[in-house]
Design a protein around this ligand. Structure first.
Ligand SMILES: C[S@@+](CC[C@H](N)C(=O)[O-])C[C@H]1O[C@@H](n2cnc3c(N)ncnc32)[C@H](O)[C@@H]1O
Length: 185
């Protein structure tokens, strides 16, 4: 068995957690890869809420979902820190891909403060054994500050309520992404 890279490992965990009919969040839709993955996991009876601040990301994701004939996704062009305005049900999972939009404007990045605000707003909705996966890319300017802030925040979550996992190859060049997973106990 090969050890999975961070993003792939997050998908394995999500596959083992999310059930058809549940509600999940893609907090950073970008080009929509994770959005499609989540939409297929929850199926027609479930729903995905997707967030991105860039029109190009919303457009690319809309096109991808239409090509895959997936109609169970609501996309919002707004920051994930506003998630509480759209979330009214329990949540089984959320994924964040932190950093910038590949092939997009590399100066538009996620930031620790708003990422943490979004996670804080999702936690009360997370069902038992539900997951919040943060795939942290941090090789770009500003990325390391976000990594440190997110690590510090997640490490202080109360042990009685949440399990927090960090997963990363530590002997690779070029700062491979790190996965942080929060599980509601
Ligand atoms: C690494 S990309 C996401 C890649 C995506 N998961 C995919 O499959 O292509 C990060 C995305 O976060 C978005 N972003 C930055 N700040 C955000 C915020 N506050 N709320 C939501 N999205 C944000 C960027 O516009 C960018 O598209």
């Amino acid at each position: 068995m090969k050890l999975a890279p961070a993003l792939q490992y997050s998908h394995e965990l999500l596959k083992n957690t999310v059930r058809p009919g549940e509600t999940v969040v893609d907090a950073t839709v970008g080009n929509g890869h994770d959005t499609q993955f989540l939409a297929e996991l929850v199926g027609n009876s479930g729903q995905v809420l997707g967030f991105d601040i860039q029109p190009a990301a919303i457009q690319a994701t809309t096109t991808r979902l239409a090509a895959a004939n997936l109609q169970n996704v609501s996309l919002y062009q707004t920051g994930h820190q506003n998630v509480d305005q759209y979330l009214s049900t329990d949540l089984s999972a959320a994924i964040f891909n932190l950093g910038y939009l590949p092939s997009g404007d590399k100066s538009v990045i996620t930031h620790g403060q708003t990422t943490i605000e979004a996670v804080q707003k999702m936690l009360p909705h997370l069902r038992t054994e539900g997951l919040i996966c943060l795939v942290v890319y941090y090789g770009h300017p500003g990325g390391n500050d976000e990594r440190i802030a997110v690590e510090k925040f997640t490490a202080t979550l109360p042990q009685k309520e949440f399990n927090v996992l960090e997963y990363q190859f530590v002997n690779q060049a070029h700062t491979p992404p790190k996965l942080i997973v929060i599980q509601k106990r």
